[in-house]
Design a protein around this ligand. Structure first.
Ligand code: SF4
Length: 362
């Protein structure tokens, strides 16, 4: 029988599975799960279980965290941005980034897939293609490794690493349940953010799941269909009108504010008309907060990085249109940990070996 990873389950779910599977020691399941989540180790013996019960635990459940293969850091004015690379059991690697948010608070940006099939033209991960979805335990493990192996202090988790989170909606939703589980990791929904390029089926699933206080942000990057379809192929499947419609239906609470991420690409989406289009798209959506992200050139840049006057000019236009805007200060560029830069060269090489001709977008 394949062992069940306990970090794929909430405390309640583990207790139910243990009751069904174990002849002895199931009564300790809640405590064992909680300690694993909070201390990063599975230790049934610490709960006073005998040899037989411990063996039953070990044959039914696992708690294996991936190996950290690399940690790279970038010192910036706002603090240290660190990227960790972990190796999954099948040898593939994913990246997570610890981002300083000021006042000692840090956000962990986690991956939800190895690679991504969405093909956004400005994104390094999109160049890999999709290798596979991450399972719930592989998503949760990124937080557990960050905390318990690297000693990082993580306050918030954002699904903005490698992959389109809602292309892997079922596993991401289960990971959110485990992160949010009061009897386990107990991360408040307010501290969790799902970011999507506008995966409308996934947004509907998330809505149906009923997370009331979860944060949602979309990567907009262009608010007219021809430009958005050019730089974000998902727009050919679900255009702006459809995305706007589904977002209008996604209001889990009265004071919900949708995050709207806009990666500023000089010469591509940075005109006065582009700012007007963004405002037109956002107007029917109720409260929004635009996060303006200066483009981070990757290994094969789409364009250059915008300079500060260009960023300020575009922010000014958005504000003239009545939008609240916050500039996301570029962090981690030197270690390819900045937004749009995740997608390690080793993983791309693995994909090329597995599928000659793959890994480079056409
Ligand atoms: S921006 Fe996100 S959705 Fe688009 S290719 Fe990159 S990882 Fe995928």
């Amino acid at each position: 029988m394949e062992r069940i990873p306990i970090h794929a389950l909430t405390n309640d779910e583990l207790a139910a599975r243990a009751r069904a599977l174990l002849p002895r020691g199931y009564g300790h399941a809640r405590r064992i799960h909680r300690r694993a989540m909070l201390e990063g180790r599975l230790a049934p013996a610490d709960s006073g279980l005998g040899t037989e019960a411990c063996a039953a635990w070990a044959s039914s459940f696992s708690f294996e965290l991936p190996e950290v293969t690399r940690v790279e850091s970038d010192e910036g004015e706002q603090g240290t941005t660190s990227k960790m690379v972990v190796r999954l059991p099948d040898g593939l690697e994913v990246e997570s980034v610890l981002i300083p948010m000021g006042r000692g608070r840090q956000t962990l940006c986690v991956s939800s897939q190895v690679g991504c099939k969405m093909g956004c033209t400005f994104c390094e991960t999109g160049r890999m293609g999709l290798l596979r979805h991450l399972r719930p335990e592989e998503i949760v493990a990124q937080l557990l490794v960050a905390r318990h192996r690297l000693g990082w202090t993580v306050r918030n988790v954002v699904f903005m690493g490698m992959g389109e989170a809602l292309d892997n909606a079922a596993n991401v939703i289960q990971a959110l349940r485990v992160l949010n589980d009061e009897a386990g990791l107990a991360m408040a929904q307010e501290r969790l953010t799902v970011c999507t390029v506008g995966h409308v089926e996934g947004i509907r699933l998330l809505h149906d799941h009923g997370f009331k206080r979860l944060n949602l942000s979309i990567s907009l990057n262009a608010a007219n269909d021809s430009l958005r379809s050019e730089i974000m192929p998902i727009n050919r499947r679900s255009d702006l009108a459809e995305l706007q419609g589904v977002l209008m239906g996604y209001r889990p609470r009265r004071n919900f504010a949708l995050g709207v991420n806009y990666c500023l690409l000089p010469g591509i989406n940075d005109t006065r008309a582009d700012a007007r289009d963004v405002a037109g798209f956002c107007r029917p959506l109720g409260r929004v907060l635009v996060n303006l992200i200066p483009y981070n050139p990757g290994s094969t840049p789409l364009t250059r990085a915008p300079d500060e006057p260009e960023v300020e000019r575009f922010i000014g236009w958005l504000r003239e249109e009545g939008l609240p805007v916050r500039e996301r200060i570029t962090k981690g560029r030197s270690v390819m940990a900045a937004c749009g830069q995740l997608g390690n060269p080793e993983a791309r090489a693995l994909r090329r070996q597995a599928q000659p001709g793959a890994g480079e977008r056409t």
